[in-house]
Write a protein that binds this ligand. Structure first.
Ligand SMILES: [Mg+2]
Length: 368
C-alpha cells in the first residue's frame, strides 16, 4: 500500500462553554485535520488540537509542519507505522499535535486494512468507559457550585476541578464541592502547574480529608525533583500531565519516584505509537495511566477511546471536550452519552470521519 494524497484542513469551531485554567482560557477548537488517501482506496483521518501553552505548537505551525511531513511520507507505506513515525519523530521533536494527526491517520488506515476496529487491532476488548467532566477555575465558590449543578444535571459521577489559585484559596472551592456531593462522586484536582512547591504542600495537606482521587500536575512541568519531594510529603496520589510527553519522560519520572499516575494525551505524545510506549513503561513500574484531551472533536477522541479499550492499565478517562462543541463535525465515532458514558462503534479503524463541510481546506500534497 502506498500513500497517494494527503489533504490538510483547518477545523475552527467555537465552544458553547469555556474553561479557565492557570495557563489561559479554552473556548474554541482551532485544530488541524489530515486526510490520507492510498492506492488501495483506503483513506485515513487524523486530528490534532494544539494548545501552545502546553504543546508549544499552534494551528499555524502545525499546518507548515504538516506540509513538510506530507512530502516526507508521500508514496510510502502507511501500514509501516514503526518506520513512518520514526521518520516523523526524528524530524520534529516539537509539533506533537500534528505528529499525532499523522499517526492517527496511519492507525485508521491500518484498522480499515485489517477490517478491525482500532481497539481490536491493538489486541483490546470493549469495556465500559466513562469520562469525568471538568469544572474550570471560577472566581467565587458560588460560581463553582453553579458549574457543579450543571454537571450533576448531566449525570456525571466524576469531576475534575481546575485549581491553582494563589495561597489556600482553592481549598474552599474543593471543600464546597465535596460537601455538596457527598462521597458518591469522584473528585480529582488539576492545578496545571499553577502552584509552587510550598503552596502545593499546604493545599494538598489542607485537602487531605476531602477524599480526592489525585492531584494532577500540582507544580511546574520541569520540576521533577520537587514532584518527588511532594509525593513523599503528602498522602494524596500525584498524577503528572505536562511533565510527561513521551516514554523517556515516563522513565525519568518513575526513576525519581515523582508520580503515581501518568496522564497520556495523544497531542503530547505525538500519537498512539508513543502513547503505547508510555503505557508500557508505566505498567511495568506499576503505575496506572489516564487518557486526557485538549480541544479535540469526537474524531481524535475516538482514537483515545480505542486506546483506552486496548489497554486496561489506562484507568482514568478524561475525554470531555466533545461535550463543548456547539456543532458536531464528526460522523460516526465515539458517542458521548448521558453521564459521561462512552460508546465505541464496531466499524473498522477509528470508525469516525469528518463531515467535510465543517473543514477549511488548506493544502493538498499529491503524488505526481
Ligand atoms: Mg491536566
Amino acid at each position: 500500500m502506498k500513500i497517494t494524497k494527503i489533504e490538510i484542513f483547518k477545523l475552527n469551531l467555537p465552544f458553547k462553554l469555556s474553561w479557565k485554567i492557570p495557563l489561559g482560557v479554552i473556548d474554541k477548537a482551532a485544530n488541524v485535520v489530515i486526510k490520507i488517501s492510498t492506492d488501495k482506496g483506503i483513506m485515513g483521518w487524523g486530528e490534532g488540537s494544539p494548545f501552545s501553552q502546553i504543546t508549544g505548537d499552534s494551528q499555524a505551525t502545525n499546518i507548515e509542519t504538516a506540509k513538510h511531513l506530507a512530502a516526507i511520507v508521500m508514496g510510502k507505506n502507511p501500514l509501516a507505522i514503526e518506520t513512518r513515525m520514526a521518520e516523523i519523530n526524528v524530524l520534529y521533536l516539537a509539533e506533537p499535535s500534528i505528529r499525532s494527526a499523522f499517526d492517527m491517520a496511519f492507525y485508521d488506515i491500518l484498522g480499515k486494512s485489517a477490517q478491525l476496529p482500532l481497539y481490536a487491532l491493538l489486541g483490546g476488548e470493549k469495556r465500559q468507559l466513562r469520562t469525568d467532566f471538568t469544572i474550570g477555575m471560577q472566581d467565587t465558590v458560588d460560581q463553582t457550585l453553579v458549574e457543579l449543578d450543571n454537571l450533576l444535571s448531566m449525570g456525571f459521577d466524576a469531576i475534575k476541578m481546575k485549581v491553582g489559585r494563589s495561597g489556600l484559596q482553592d481549598v474552599a472551592h474543593v471543600k464546597a464541592v465535596r460537601d455538596k456531593v457527598g462521597d458518591d462522586i469522584l473528585i480529582k484536582i488539576d492545578s496545571n502547574q499553577g502552584w509552587g512547591y510550598q503552596t502545593a504542600c499546604a493545599n494538598l495537606k489542607a485537602m487531605e480529608s476531602l477524599n480526592i482521587q489525585y492531584s494532577e500536575q500540582p507544580i511546574a512541568a520541569w520540576d521533577y525533583e520537587n514532584l518527588a519531594r511532594l509525593r513523599q510529603r503528602v498522602a494524596m496520589p500525584i498524577c503528572v500531565d505536562e511533565s510527561v510527553f513521551d516514554d523517556h519522560d515516563a522513565i525519568k519520572l518513575i526513576q525519581l519516584g515523582a508520580a503515581d499516575y501518568f496522564n497520556i494525551k495523544l497531542g503530547k505524545s505525538g500519537g498512539i505509537h508513543t502513547a503505547l510506549r508510555i503505557n508500557a513503561v508505566a505498567q511495568a513500574a506499576g503505575n496506572k495511566c489516564m487518557i486526557g484531551c485538549f480541544a479535540e472533536s469526537r474524531l481524535a477522541l475516538s482514537a483515545c477511546a480505542h486506546l483506552a479499550c486496548a489497554r486496561p492499565n489506562i484507568e482514568f478517562i478524561d475525554l470531555d471536550s466533545g461535550y463543548l462543541f456547539s456543532q458536531d463535525p464528526v460522523i460516526g465515532g465515539m458517542q458521548s452519552g448521558q453521564g459521561g458514558l462512552i460508546t465505541l462503534p464496531d466499524a473498522a479503524g477509528l470508525g469516525a470521519e469528518f463531515d467535510e463541510s465543517f473543514l477549511e481546506w488548506v493544502h493538498t500534497e499529491q503524488r505526481a
